[in-house]
Design a protein around this ligand. Structure first.
Ligand code: ADP
Ligand code: MG
Length: 360
């Protein structure tokens, strides 16, 4: 990999938990993010995957400098941005943007789509009124909407269209990096494929890099180049998408893979992740954080926190037993199922393109 566009080193965010209104006493710490490191190359998509509450959104906010880290640093285009302030920070804000899970909540219902898309241009003092109007039309075209949509309000659009508006708004200031925080989690599967295809298409055309956050691996298989799996504030495995799906080395990754919904009418989709709930990040288990749910747990797992270590080129996992785990049961079935999901998404996209072609 050439020099990274983004590099995150030992990033942590700890929130004190207080009790009492006046003279509040700190009674504990939520370890929302607890020592996360990764690199993202230009033009690449790195997926960050894990169950709800494992620290994905907090990592996103740290990367975007929306909150301050408790430890660690964020490097962007070779510069440490962790302590950046003033004009350089404002300039940096143009280079990184975010797309949220719920576009309805993140789009001002009282503003027209045209005003929503023009707002970042005004904030960053880009172009005069005419140039901005032209840019808004261009942005609508980029995300597959029409110029006349500029006069409409967010509630007049479907969920998928609203996410297109969210993407257009992120694109307005020509960023290099877009953090997509569960951008399709609230959408129907058929619409998910369209939005992911749009993101991929924009990436190819504009050379964008994505930090793509998701809570399951099904979506990631289509969207990502590399995948980082997070559990309770830490990355437990990171690899290329192909290596991660074919040779998962961490028991938690296997659990997530097995939970991918199967397109089988006789089986209920989206199986539960076994082993109970995620422990609280306020009192994470001693040793390996996954030990309370891991089917392969031994004594060492309860006392020693395993380091994230190299297992193959570009493939790291944090498990004491990564080398000696038994072959995943029904691995072929799981793999075929996730491959089917991808195929199904591609079919939806193809059908949409055909419909679009006949309509045009
Ligand atoms: P994810 O996006 O993976 O669902 P989050 O990053 O939103 O997870 O949250 C990680 C953990 O940090 C959760 O337990 C959450 O409750 C906690 N957390 C997030 N933000 C705050 C905050 N401002 N104050 C206290 N705890 C927080
Ligand atoms: Mg989140």
């Amino acid at each position: 990999m050439s020099t990274a566009l983004l590099e995150v080193k030992g990033l942590a965010k700890h929130y004190p938990v207080k009790r009492g209104l006046v003279l509040a006493k700190t009674i504990g710490t939520v370890r929302a993010v607890d020592g996360v490191s990764f690199k993202l190359a230009k033009g690449e998509t790195l997926a960050l995957v894990g169950e709800s509450g494992c620290g994905k959104s907090t990592t996103a906010r740290l990367v975007l400098r929306l909150i301050e880290p408790s430890a660690g640093s964020v490097w962007f285009e070779g510069t440490d941005i962790t302590t950046m302030t003033g004009a350089p920070l404002r300039k940096l804000r143009r280079r990184m943007q975010i797309v949220f899970q719920d576009p309805f909540a993140s789009l001002n219902p009282r503003m027209t789509v045209g005003d929503i898309l023009e707002e970042p241009l005004i904030v960053h003092e880009i172009g005069d009124k005419d140039a901005r109007k032209k840019r808004v039309e261009e942005l609508l075209g980029l995300v597959g909407l029409a110029s006349y949509h500029a006069a409409r309000y967010p509630h007049e659009f479907s969920g998928g269209q609203r996410q297109r508006i969210g993407i257009a708004r992120a694109l307005a200031v020509e960023p290099a990096l877009i953090v997509c925080d569960e951008p399709v989690s609230a959408l129907d599967v058929s619409i998910q494929a369209q939005v992911i295809n749009l993101l991929k298409d924009l990436q190819a055309r504009l050379g964008l890099s994505y930090l793509f956050i998701a809570h399951d691996l099904a979506v990631v298989k289509h969207a990502a180049d590399r995948v980082a799996v997070m559990y309770l504030g830490k990355i437990v495995e990171i690899a290329t998408k192909e290596a991660l799906f074919a040779h998962p080395r961490h028991p938690y990754t296997r659990t997530l893979l097995a939970a991918i919904p199967r397109p089988d009418p006789h089986r209920k989709g989206g199986r539960q992740i076994p082993g109970g709930d995620v422990p609280s990040p306020m009192n994470p288990p001693n040793g390996c954080r996954f030990n309370t749910r891991c089917p392969f747990v031994t004594d060492i797992c309860r006392t020693e926190d395993p380091a994230l270590r190299d297992l193959a080129a570009g493939h790291m996992a944090a498990c004491h037993h990564a080398e000696t785990l038994p072959a995943p049961q029904g691995a072929d079935a799981v793999h075929a199922a996730s491959a089917n999901t991808v195929k199904r998404m591609a079919l939806y996209a193809e059908r949409r393109n055909r419909i679009a072609a006949t309509a045009g």
